[in-house]
Design a protein around this ligand. Structure first.
Ligand SMILES: [Zn+2]
Length: 158
């Protein structure tokens, strides 16, 4: 299992955090100073899971985001989106989900595919998601593997 780690990079205007591994109760975000830039870019691409203890640590970490700052999230998995939808405070106000994955499942061959959806700005409408796509493996129809209305709830806020 990949070790938990947060890599940090500072750019002119952006503080970029890339998270690796599982966000669990034993992780620590101590030592990450979120006051250095007003745009905090969080990349969830390498997160392999999050549990309730990890959610608690994460929320405490997000409480340290200064009021004037903005959190921009990329590569959010279904699991991360579910937390954003269910848990108040998982992201601070003014956060933005820039890219997220939508999963598809093919019943014919059992293949799972994920599509990355990108948004330019929060106010832009999200194009309607295709209910079926062609399976990359067998060519049959793969069906969207989320309930769109509840999954997309986050877009009203973030
Ligand atoms: Zn298939």
């Amino acid at each position: 299992m990949a070790m938990f780690k947060v890599s940090e990079k500072l750019f002119e205007k952006i503080h970029r955090l890339t998270i690796y591994g599982k966000i669990a109760e034993d992780v620590s975000f101590d030592g990450i100073d979120l006051t250095q830039r007003t745009i905090i870019h969080v990349d969830f691409k390498h997160v392999i899971g999050i549990n309730s203890g990890g959610i608690r640590e994460w929320i405490n970490f997000m409480k340290k985001v200064p009021r004037k700052s903005r959190v921009i999230c990329t590569n959010c998995s279904v699991e991360i989106i579910n937390q954003v939808n269910m848990i108040e405070g998982f992201l601070p106000l003014r956060s933005f989900i820039k890219t997220f994955f939508v999963p598809y499942f093919c019943e014919s061959c059992g293949n799972q595919t994920e599509f990355l959806i990108e948004r330019k700005r929060r106010v832009d409408p999200i194009p309607e998601l295709d209910e079926f796509i062609k399976c990359h493996k067998c060519g049959e129809e793969a069906e969207i593997d989320i309930l769109e209305s509840s999954f997309m709830a986050f877009k009203e806020k973030f």
